[in-house]
Design a protein around this ligand. Structure first.
Ligand code: FA5
Ligand code: MG
Length: 419
């Protein structure tokens, strides 16, 4: 497994001239005030694909808005969401944590970055990493975008589930649209005094206890480990990894909330912890789902295997996913010289070009060779693109024409020279 590039630790693309509105006007969680002066509030009818020079939302991404896989009771993501919500009800008491799953995914850059202390020059703000609607508006890249607005709205213990968007690379565990669940808990001074503990220690211990308990509830005796991490919004910070199919898979990030966020919400005398879970990752481990693209499949052979209420504590005697015959992959290599100047070529930009042409027929994009020609002063890359459908066999003609389109887009959009 490649190391998870921590997005919290390109060249401008040609604008897309189409105007698109979100297909299903999303419902806002009841508690968020629809006040246009509120720095978090984006009107649900905002155009998502615009001619704004900052706009880099593609059709393939746009189509995913409003799918709300996490709100479908018989979908693995809906199942895992409600299992986690029930875990919180059991552990802390019914409705102690309030759950939200309908917050609109188009948010201000203030909400996505500033409100959680992401510095102005941070890589995650780049158009290479994040989908921009316009200069001040993005598709949220994490559910942490809602922390501060929820706190200001009076929430103290809450779960927020939603679709999040990242211009990420492509493989079996990464998809540009995925789902997160944010958890947030505020502690009162009396709580750490009663426990006779330092407030940070109490929050960190309670956080790990809560999440280890969750992992055991979901997976039983799975191998897991805590890894120290960095996020601008927590200190200390941790990531939890689970051993899955022979590799360590990162499933969540968490930590003790930076006081600056609590101060901003008028909670300077409190402490808090927060976490962000990747729901696909958890569902892959729980149900043994081998490829993240399957979550988007309409194939009945996938969907009929999941039913609300099928979860069994610790996964014991629970029906796992039974893979149906896999269709053969089709591998295409492309070798090219990187542009001498500029940053138009990045792996994320390449993935976006491939995704835009081939949609979910692309399984993986990986660098297989790189060398420098000192005389020419040029660097050559060779990428392997793996095409595979989850539903059917692909024809040679079909793949060849996709690959031709990818090659020509690489020249026109990324400025590479094909070899
Ligand atoms: C975050 O997004 C932080 N907001 C999490 C957090 C919240 C930390 C609150 C502290 C406090 P990260 O970028 O690591 O962190 O993503 C969190 C999880 O989302 C990952 O552990 C992983 O499970 C999942 N994830 C990240 N990128 C992808 C992707 N491209 N496809 C599928 N899942 C992903
Ligand atoms: Mg991470």
């Amino acid at each position: 497994m490649r190391l998870e590039p921590n997005p919290f630790s390109g060249k401008k693309r040609a604008p897309y001239p189409q105007h698109r509105r979100s297909p299903t006007p999303p419902t806002l969680a009841p508690k968020v005030p629809p006040d246009p002066s509120f720095p978090y509030f984006i009107h649900p009818h905002t155009d998502v694909i615009t001619s704004d020079p900052h706009n880099n939302v593609t059709d393939h991404i746009f189509e995913k808005i409003g799918y709300n896989l996490h709100k479908r009771p018989d979908h693995p993501l809906g199942i895992i969401k409600s299992v986690i919500e029930s875990y919180f009800d059991e552990k802390y008491g019914q409705d102690t944590f309030t759950s939200y799953d309908s917050l609109y995914p188009v948010v201000s850059t203030y909400a996505n970055f500033d409100s959680v202390l992401v510095p102005p020059d941070h890589v995650s703000r780049s158009q290479n990493d994040t989908y921009y609607v316009d200069e001040d508006t993005v598709l949220r890249c994490h559910t942490s975008a809602h922390q501060l607005e929820m706190l200001k709205d009076g929430a103290r213990k809450f779960l927020v589930t939603g679709d999040v968007y990242r211009r990420d690379s492509i493989d079996a565990t990464h998809f540009p649209v995925f789902h997160q669940m944010e958890g947030f808990r505020v502690f009162e001074q009396a709580e750490w005094e009663e426990a006779g503990k330092d407030s940070v220690d109490l929050a960190a211990e309670e956080l790990k206890d809560c999440l280890e308990g969750l992992a055991k509830h979901l997976f039983g005796d799975v191998e897991m480990r805590w890894v120290d991490a960095y996020f601008p919004f927590t200190e200390p910070s941790f990531e939890l990894e689970i051993f899955f199919k022979g590799e360590w898979l990162e499933v969540l990030g968490c930590g003790v909330t930076e006081m600056k966020i609590l101060e901003e919400a008028g909670l300077q005398d409190k402490r808090a912890w927060a976490f962000g879970l990747g729901l696909e990752r958890l569902a892959m481990v729980l149900f043994d789902i081998p490829d993240i693209r399957l979550f988007w499949s309409d194939d009945k052979r996938f969907s009929k295997q999941f039913k609300e209420g099928m979860f069994k504590a610790g996964g014991v005697d629970m029906q796992k996913f039974k893979p149906y015959s896999k269709f053969p992959p089709c591998l295409k290599d492309v070798s090219f010289w990187l542009p001498k100047e500029g940053d138009s070529f990045t792996e994320n930009n390449l993935c976006e070009v491939v995704r835009d042409v081939a949609g979910s027929l692309v399984e993986e994009v990986k660098l297989i060779d790189e060398f420098e020609n000192k005389k020419k002063g040029l660097t050559s890359n060779c990428y392997r693109i793996v095409y595979r459908s989850m539903e059917r066999s692909l024809t040679d003609d079909e793949i060849n024409s996709l690959q031709e389109q990818v090659r020509s887009d690489m020249v026109s959009k990324l400025g590479v020279e094909l070899r």
